[in-house]
Design a protein around this ligand. Structure first.
Ligand code: ADP
Ligand code: MG
Length: 357
């Protein structure tokens, strides 16, 4: 198949949805609450609401073997899946993983990959219960995770105009790490900016933060895999609202500011479209917002930053300190050009207003 002609990732998913036939009710005792369209599927069972998700990492698309170690790659392969469980306010339980390797892949390399995967599983109480192993022309890691909602699942589609928007941690660090890796190679990037490289190679799923958001009355939740701009758009489209972000409030990773100064680009724009932050974007009704923020910060030690609010009008804006409204740039698309696969770092195209600003 000519994948370049597939068009945009989400257009393809839409074509799958269009072809779904109304299905028979599932086996007795199972009720599908959420199918395609959120961070995980949600299935009501006698044991409660179960969460089911899968995500894959592909060499040349998501990682390069010369720009990182197998241990952190194994960690990341599971962590990005756990981030989707976190994005539903859930707790992960079991994982399956399917791996494909080129024949020249060394056993010692693959052992370190497994060790990284299992370290992540151990850290977050996940049990590896199976998978598949095969040969391919590149490394492919495809992981499925089963979890449960500890309180109630938090969807993308249940936010309302007026809700306040919070972000865990900081954004742009992972993309800054990637840009350093592509520009300088692994050894130099690691020496010059270890924090950014670590953020890119070993993301931390915000599981406890997501569970607390569900307990504290948040209205909607999504994790940031494609960049704040793209993932906010998904949340707004699903919830039928728009948003205004405050540019000055965006919590930029310190490495973004440094890189932006060196390269002369806009640090806020860079962080908005960066991708692979694996932070949580939380929408909270105004009445619950302060308590939700305080409880998550107190129990996890993770900073929650208020970055804007949702609007009735279905448009997305970033308000700069002078009061000007800038259009939100587009997020990441896997069928577009791939930063991990490209030989030289490249920044996304800037909307004109940002170039002038
Ligand atoms: P995430 O970035 O959180 O993994 P996406 O926004 O990329 O989620 O995916 C949107 C939705 O599309 C998810 O519910 C996902 O399960 C679904 N999806 C993606 N690819 C496929 C596919 N090939 N077949 C069916 N559903 C898919
Ligand atoms: Mg997600």
């Amino acid at each position: 198949m000519d994948w370049t002609r597939l068009g945009q990732e989400f257009a393809f998913i839409g074509r799958i949805v269009d072809r779904l036939k109304p299905s028979q009710p599932p086996a007795e005792g199972f009720h599908l609450v959420q199918g395609i369209g959120d961070d995980t599927a949600v299935i009501q069972t006698a044991a409660g609401e179960m969460l089911w998700t899968s995500d894959m990492l592909i060499e040349g698309v998501h990682f390069r073997l010369d720009l990182g170690d197998p241990y952190r790659l194994g960690w990341k392969a599971l962590a990005v899946n756990l981030s989707d469980i976190a994005a539903m306010g859930g707790q992960p339980i079991f994982a399956l993983w399917s791996c494909a390797f080129p024949p020249e892949c060394l056993l010692g390399w693959a052992d370190r990959l497994v060790e990284g995967f299992l370290a992540c599983a151990q850290q977050y109480g996940v049990q590896l219960i199976g998978g598949d192993t095969n040969r391919a022309s590149m490394v492919v890691l495809d992981i499925g995770v089963l979890g449960r909602a500890t309180c109630r699942p938090l969807f993308r589609s249940t936010a309302h105009a007026g809700d306040r928007l919070f972000l865990t941690g900081s954004i742009g660090g992972s993309r800054a790490g990637l840009e350093r890796l592509l520009q300088d190679g692994w050894q130099k990037a690691e020496a010059d900016d270890p924090a950014a490289v670590e953020t890119h190679l070993k993301p931390i799923p915000r599981l406890r933060e997501g569970q607390l958001a569900a307990e504290q009355g948040a209205s909607a939740l999504i994790d940031l895999s494609d960049g704040l701009a793209g993932d906010l758009l998904k949340l707004c489209e699903a919830s039928g609202c728009g948003a205004i972000l405050w540019q000055h409030a965006l919590p930029l990773h310190p490495s973004v500011t440094r890189l932006a100064q060196e390269k002369g680009f806009d640090p806020h724009l860079f962080a908005l479209v960066g991708g692979e932050d694996y932070e949580l974007l939380i929408a909270v009704p105004p009445d619950w917002a302060s308590e939700c923020q305080q409880r998550i910060e107190a129990e996890t030690g993770t900073t929650l930053t208020e970055i804007g609010f949702l609007t009735e009008e279905r448009t997305l804006w970033v308000k700069d300190p002078s009061g000007q409204h800038l259009p939100l740039p587009a997020g990441w698309d896997h069928f577009g050009s791939s930063p991990s696969a490209s030989a030289t770092p490249s920044l996304p195209r800037l909307p004109t207003q940002w170039q002038q600003g």
